[in-house]
Design a protein around this ligand. Structure first.
Ligand code: SAH
Length: 347
């Protein structure tokens, strides 16, 4: 079967076998990429129009108890300049965002033991109380089901937790023994069961990742059936053991964005900051491949450079308002526009 036929079948049936995904990725070429992207864009526009939803990202702590080998803020990195935002600072970042028009906030951080439920629940509850019209997304890593439930009851709607690698062997090459794929996946099912809109995802071009691994990632996503999928290229960080590994490519990342869009046309798919980091027009390319979400930074400028997951991360020097303006202009250049709403998943 040629690539064109495989893509048509993916478009119609929303999945392929593992072998077929492998062929679709391994034998990709410019023509298959542009055909895939045109179908993906069409699907996204059919459901969401040519609007792109901005999520205001508040990176509220870079303390982390984990040591994911690829990540610049892993707990054992002595060169990370650690910070934590107080409740007031988080609320003021949200207020700034709200004034700029954001109706969707993402609180993301390392797994920082300081933010117990006793600390986190009141923060979420206060955001919920002040902004009843906004979506609240959390990205705090692995917690107990009880904790996820408390945060949900306090008003959180969505949770981002990338599975990182669906193949247990690859997962273990990227993480220390204290972390397991099994627990991460259990967390995702727990979040779904509680009622969160769930986002998962992985890095493209991570060290040791093969095309077979990517096919497993796609099949895992098919099974989980999340509302959001975040993928971005792996980008090395100079303080990690993976510092000599090359970045993932824009080309493969955008190809996978298009595949994900055809697997579930309703997905909320961000065009990630990592994509914009390895290519000045990376985020535009992600949108043109079928993505429909961007995540501009709302963190206070003073701490932004310290949320350094990988090297050369963009948007670390600008005020929130400049970020929104810059993205708006970038999208206008490709005939898309920012839509300031909650941007809920459309069934
Ligand atoms: N502590 C939270 C948030 C992690 S940071 C959690 O565990 O979910 C958000 C995402 O950044 C991670 O899921 C990872 O996929 C990505 N990331 C981390 N280091 C990266 C790197 N070097 N290159 C690209 N993406 C990276």
């Amino acid at each position: 079967m040629n690539l064109h036929e495989l893509i048509d079948r993916l478009h119609k049936e929303h999945t392929l076998t593992k072998e077929e995904f492998i062929t679709l990725i391994k034998e990709r070429n410019e023509e298959s990429a542009s055909y895939l992207a045109s179908l993906a864009r069409e699907e996204a526009v059919n459901i969401y129009g040519n609007g792109v939803f901005p999520r205001g990202l508040v990176e509220f702590t870079n303390y982390c108890k984990n040591n994911c080998y690829y990540c610049g803020i892993q707990g054992s990195n002595p060169n990370a300049n650690r910070y934590r935002l107080s409740k007031e600072e988080i609320l003021s970042a949200c207020e700034n965002g709200y004034q700029l028009g954001y109706r969707s906030f993402v609180l993301q951080g390392g797994e920082d033991p300081h933010y117990t439920d006793e600390v986190m629940v009141p923060i979420v509850a206060e955001i919920r109380k002040r902004y009843p019209d906004c979506a609240i997304t959390l990205s705090l890593g692995e917690r107990s089901k009880e904790s996820y439930q408390k945060l949900y009851d306090a008003g959180a709607d969505r949770y981002l937790l990338r599975h990182e690698a669906a193949d247990p062997e690859l997962y273990q090459k990227l993480h220390p023994e204290s972390l397991s794929l099994e627990n991460r996946i259990q967390c995702l099912w727990n979040l779904k069961e509680i009622g969160y809109a769930v986002g998962t995802g992985f890095m493209v071009g991570a060290p040791y990742q093969t095309v077979e691994n990517l096919a497993d990632d796609l099949l895992f996503i098919k099974e989980l059936d999340p509302q959001m999928v975040g993928i971005g290229p792996f980008v090395p960080h100079h303080d990690t053991r993976f510092k000599e590994f090359p970045s993932g490519s824009v080309e493969l990342t955008t190809y996978l964005v298009s595949i994900l869009r055809l697997m579930n046309p309703h997905l909320l798919l961000p065009s990630t900051t990592a994509l914009g980091t390895i290519d000045p027009r990376g985020r535009e390319k992600g949108i043109l491949a079928g993505a429909n979400v961007v995540m501009p930074n709302l963190s206070p400028v003073a701490v932004r450079k310290d949320y350094s997951l990988y090297d050369n991360k963009i948007c670390t020097g600008e005020e929130a308002a400049e970020c929104a303006g810059c993205l708006g202009r970038r999208l206008a250049s490709i005939d898309y526009q920012l839509v300031f709403s909650r941007g809920d998943y459309i069934e």
